[in-house]
Design a binder for this molecule. Structure first.
Ligand SMILES: *Cc1c(COP(=O)(O)O)cnc(C)c1O
Length: 219
């Protein structure tokens, strides 16, 4: 597997207006640097500790996105530099992110992670909860947070129609919330389903293994 070939192949499949978040979890800083050197500036990690290890080793103009579950007690570590937290799934977390962003004199962009998969998933907001949080945000409850969009993951299945149905649920919610306050980012789609996600309205995709190769969790 050649990372440059993979990267260029993915870039060639993405319409110009779709953002690519290169998911570098489990891959070392040198490999992230390799993809950075090909022109990629936006990277996604799913664990705070792993991100904290790589962050000092890599160029400072990387826009880091956290895409995995975030515990409130870890927000303080990433608050000084994180570009976007895509995995916000509770009011408690929004309050904490706003507090820590304020301490750092900044605003942190977040996406609300919404449960759209039919399979049981541990994390993500129900549709109704997402609407409630968005209204609280509009009412000024999280002053140092900017909710810029929504993130969702479809069921892991070969049934393309099911995957698209799930993506369209999130697209519908995006359009609804966008009427209340303008949103920028609809983050849906991973290595196996990003073309379907784009068909369904995604303008940001999170692609890991199709760029970096398969992850080896045994190390
Ligand atoms: C790992 C991960 C991805 C990327 O998955 P691939 O199948 O490797 O592209 C995308 N989104 C989230 C939330 C992830 O945890």
């Amino acid at each position: 597997m050649d990372i440059k070939e993979n990267y260029n192949a993915i870039k060639n499949q993405l319409p110009a207006e779709v953002q690519l978040v290169a998911v570098s979890k489990t891959h070392p800083a040198e490999t992230v640097q390799e993809v950075y050197d090909l022109g990629q500036k936006v990277f996604g990690e799913n664990k705070v500790q792993e991100l904290m290890e790589k962050y000092p080793l890599l160029p400072k103009d990387i826009q880091w996105h956290l895409i995995g579950h975030l515990q409130t007690n870890k927000v303080k570590y990433i608050a000084p530099f994180i570009d976007t937290i895509q995995s916000v799934d509770s009011e408690k977390l929004l309050i904490e992110i706003s507090k820590e962003a304020g301490k750092n004199n900044r605003t942190i962009k977040v996406l609300l992670q919404v449960k759209i998969a039919a399979e049981e998933t541990k994390f993500g907001l129900e549709i109704a909860e997402a609407k409630t949080l968005f209204q609280q945000y509009i009412d000024g409850k999280f002053p140092n947070v900017e909710i810029t969009g929504l993130m969702g993951m479809a069921t892991f299945t070969d049934d393309k129609e099911q995957v698209k149905r799930e993506f369209l649920i999130l697209k519908r919610l995006f359009d609804e919330l966008n009427q209340l306050k303008t949103l920028e980012t609809l983050s849906m789609g991973m290595s196996d389903d990003f073309p379907a996600a784009i068909e369904c309205g995604a303008n940001s995709v999170r692609v890991g293994s199709a760029i970096f190769g398969r992850r080896d969790y045994s190390k």
